[in-house]
Design a binder for this molecule. Sequence first.
Ligand SMILES: *Cc1c(COP(=O)(O)O)cnc(C)c1O
Length: 462
Amino acid sequence: MVDNPLRNLPSVDQLLGHPLLQKMVDQVSHSAVTQKVRTVLDQVREGVLAATGEVHVPTPQEIAERVAGWMQRAEAEKLQVVVNATGVLLHTGLGRAPLPKAACDRIAALSQRYGSVELDLAEGTRGSRTAALEALLCELTGAEAATVVNNCAAATMLALGALAGGREVIVSRGQLVEIGGSYRLPEVMTVAGCHLREVGTTNKTRIDDYARAIGAETGALLRVHPSNYVVYGFAEEASLKDMVQLAQQKQVAMIDDIGSGALIDFSRFGLQREPVVKDSVAAGATVTLFSGDKLLGGPQCGIVVGQKQAIKKLTQHPMMRAVRIDKLTMAALQATLELYRDPEQAIESIPLLRLLNTDVANLRLRGGRIVEQLSGLESLSSVALVETQATMGGGSLPTQPLPSVAVAVTAKSLSASQLSALCRSADTPVVGRIQDDRLLLDLKTVAPTEDRMLVAALQLVR
Ligand SMILES: *Cc1c(COP(=O)(O)O)cnc(C)c1O
């Protein structure tokens, strides 16, 4: 009889005694490591039994490394705090806008206690989940009514379904957007139960194009802000004012999806004008839709402001329950919106606006200090401060470069992508970007309190 190659396989207990796995037990838990060890041992057994020729039975060291490697990769997938040194302010992959402290405090307070989520404290009766937010949103935007849902994509679906379900929605061919992932307007329209009626051309759509298409089947006109692209040159779109007038005349809804949702005028930061919510409301849109975590700088949510009757249709739609927000989002949005009562205070205390408002001279000063602290490191072959262009990201202001500076680094024994991976493995992972074979750590998106974390990550280079 041939020798059984599985006889030499270590036991679970033997493996758990291995220093590598002892470390994982300390870091994670005994039961988690045991479970992974069993799975890997099963895989090894299956592999050996399935083999037809000569097989290599892994040593205890190899099995321990396999288990530890697997667990370390799982740890790296965990949601954790990172330093955003990409230069992309609203980085969707990094959670878009960081919240103001006031919002975090409100979340902390409400998360540990009960809250008046659907209770009218004055009357002692059941109230609306978004009543307090509605009052605040009306105050800030001039709208009659408002509601809040999970994100702007949900707001679009809900508005389409509630205001134009089963009917035609007219959209310019220049505005049939893809926001990213699976969000493509023609498909969203289908899921919402509306029929897309395209008008105009990619570069030119006039009010007459809408006027010719509007008819008995029409439920709404939809305007979508081209947040993440620009059509320029020989280009034209109908104005919101003209669209509102046409919609009113034909008694159909005017849905204005402005996406980014600025509550203040961003030209004060030297940026081109983004649609401001107030302007859309003032122009007479039936409903205006925007995100809470783009230019507003608050939590992920989709905000709808507009006419009372229309908002009522949205809140009474069956889909509303599926896309409603939880009390933590309510808490964060309420605290963020309160800051906008004083725009100067908003710029001071909303992280996104504070980062945006930090001038390059300030970034250069901080960059210089970081470079100085790194200059003694033998393992780095070059450390320099370079001028860069940061961007807004999150599908906002796509063509607007924001002047910035970055610490550009190369290492003696690591490629740029290895260096980048090493920085991502730091205690507080640092995420940068690679350009011309160098790792760039852009300071536009880094808070001053995080500067030392950039230094700590680069000190890992051996
Ligand atoms: C970003 C965006 C959306 C989607 O918003 P989310 O909050 O990401 O769901 C929809 N429409 C426009 C115009 C946008 O810019």
